[in-house]
Design a binder for this molecule. Structure first.
Ligand SMILES: Cc1cc2nc3c(=O)[nH]c(=O)nc-3n(C[C@H](O)[C@H](O)[C@H](O)COP(=O)(O)OP(=O)(O)OC[C@H]3O[C@@H](n4cnc5c(N)ncnc54)[C@H](O)[C@@H]3O)c2cc1C
Length: 467
């Protein structure tokens, strides 16, 4: 009795979710990843005694697919999820405040937090509250919202971006990785509606207790192994083509046959790998730009920050996380500073970024003034996320592109979500659902035990009960 063979191209979150989705439901999965590790855009390396994440990653309580994924791979206990949203805010000079939420029904749950924003006049606070309420009323499916930027929309409301810039800098820059003034209004509305307005706890923040490898890469490998999937890392898929028995995948010059394949690679790779009949908008994919994230990894000989993380106001440091747990045996403090929409920092070298850290950290954390920076490293992700500026929506492919038996996944597909771990997992789940549906429809009934397994898989994915 043979099970249908499914190839998954790419071991980022979308590929991992697609692979587990297929393997759990009866397919014989082979996942092929060109790097030597899993995790894609969310990974860690062990460098001189410390686990260094390629970039600090956070998620929200509303990220149900991502949370379901870490549950499935058994790493939920490796993540911390706040009981209640609380963002400590710090300004140069040490002024502290908190952006949190109450247990009131939305949008009242945010009222106290918004009115406590430091350094805002009453008029600015009212502008912020009015804009947040108006974002909540926008139609998420209305494509015209993707043609406008947040800055244009605010100006149209008679509220200059500059007057409330600090609020958007705080929340839009890190969530969308773009200068907030230039962010697609549709994406901003998605963040505020799903994260902040639809439920009172949707924006409670989560992050890995340890490095990304222990949250994603390693447990995913174990889970795939236990599900009977074959994982081939360090192998690049060179080409795909439709074949008589399904699809053929070329690695190291050799063609191998599968019943179906999911291409879960970045847009530039997908564009090259997908055959013309996949119906993919190649020009769209080529025009899908990306934006960078830079992380500063700063080691001090002592603790300079008490909180697990802070968001800064009026400082270039943006968001700062205590990652000391990543450096076993190190008795100082390891801070990871996440700089989103980091074009200005990408042109700087390690020395210049270190100077920036040496200058700016003591302005925000008084204890850093007497501390010694013992080590510094900047990591650059030049194509960290697809660009979430106006016009991006129509460049993203729908999850229904691809032509059976070749399916497509990736955070850049049109999930309705921004470039997040949640969007990646959703796209992988959807690709698995479509691949399994196709296999189920094409497998001759009674030919093997696989169709029954796939029937159960499909039912489980659509939430139906099976006997
Ligand atoms: C620095 C940084 C910080 C971020 N912060 C956050 C955050 O706080 N919260 C959040 O939700 N999201 C965050 N993101 C975004 C999130 O990590 C990504 O959106 C998500 O991981 C993308 O997953 P993916 O599977 O779609 O793509 P990828 O992770 O890019 O996976 C694609 C995989 O395909 C592989 N591949 C490419 N070509 C081939 C080939 N020919 N053959 C085989 N394999 C191939 C690649 O090596 C890669 O592993 C961040 C991203 C970065 C870079």
């Amino acid at each position: 009795m043979t099970r249908p063979r499914v190839a998954i191209v790419g071991g980022g979150l979308s590929g991992l979710a697609a692979a587990l989705g297929c393997a759990d439901r009866g397919a014989a999965v082979t996942l092929i990843e060109s790097r030597r590790w899993l995790g894609g855009a969310a990974y860690s390396r062990f460098v001189d005694g410390a686990w260094i994440d390629n970039g600090q990653h956070v998620f929200l309580r509303c990220c149900t697919a991502f949370r379901g994924f870490i549950d499935r791979i058994g790493s939920t206990d490796q993540a911390h999820l706040q009981n209640r949203l609380s963002i400590p805010l710090v300004s140069p000079g040490g002024t502290r405040a908190e952006l949190g939420r109450d247990d009131l029904p939305p949008p009242l749950h945010l009222a106290r937090g918004l009115f406590a924003l430091p350094g805002f006049t009453l008029r600015q606070r009212l502008q912020v509250v009015g804009a947040v309420q108006a974002l909540g009323r926008l139609e998420l499916g209305d494509r015209s919202n993707d043609d406008r930027s947040l800055g244009e929309w605010l100006a149209g409301r008679g509220c200059a971006f500059e007057s409330t810039a600090r609020f958007w800098e705080l929340l839009v820059r890190p969530t969308l990785n773009v200068d907030p003034r230039q962010a697609s209004l549709a994406m901003v509305a998605k963040v505020f509606q799903t994260g902040l307005l639809e439920s009172r706890d949707g924006a409670d923040l989560g992050w890995g207790r340890g490095p990304l490898q222990t949250l994603i890469g390693e447990p995913a490998l174990r889970a795939l192994d236990a599900a009977g999937a074959i994982v081939r890392v360090g192998e690049q898929v060179e080409a795909l083509r439709r074949g008589a028995g399904g699809v053929e995948v070329r690695c190291r010059g050799e063609w191998q046959q599968y019943a179906a394949a999911v291409v879960a690679a970045p847009p530039a790779v997908a564009e090259k790998l997908l055959p013309p009949e996949a119906g993919i908008d190649r020009r769209g994919l080529r025009n899908l730009a990306s934006d960078p994230i830079v992380n500063l990894h700063v080691f001090y000989d002592r603790r300079v920050m008490d909180e697990a993380f802070v968001a800064t106001i009026d400082s270039p440091l943006q968001w700062v996380f205590d990652r000391s747990a990543h450096a076993p045996g190190f008795d100082g403090q390891y801070l990871a500073i996440s700089l989103s929409a980091a074009d200005a920092f990408c042109g700087m070298d390690q020395r210049q970024l270190r100077e920036l850290a040496e200058r700016e950290i003591p302005r925000v954390f008084a204890r850093a003034r007497g501390a010694t920076m013992t080590r510094f490293l900047a990591t650059f992700e030049k194509n960290a996320t697809f660009s979430q500026r106006p016009g991006t929506g129509r460049l993203r492919c729908g999850g229904d592109v691809g032509v059976a038996p070749i399916f497509v996944a990736g955070v850049w597909t049109d999930t309705g979500w921004p470039a997040t771990m949640e969007g990646a997992v959703r796209s992988g789940n959807e690709a698995a659902r479509r691949a399994l549906g196709w296999l189920r429809a094409t497998e001759p009934m009674g030919a093997s035990s696989a169709p029954a397994q796939l029937d159960r898989g499909m039912a489980a994915m659509s939430g139906m009960e099976m006997e």
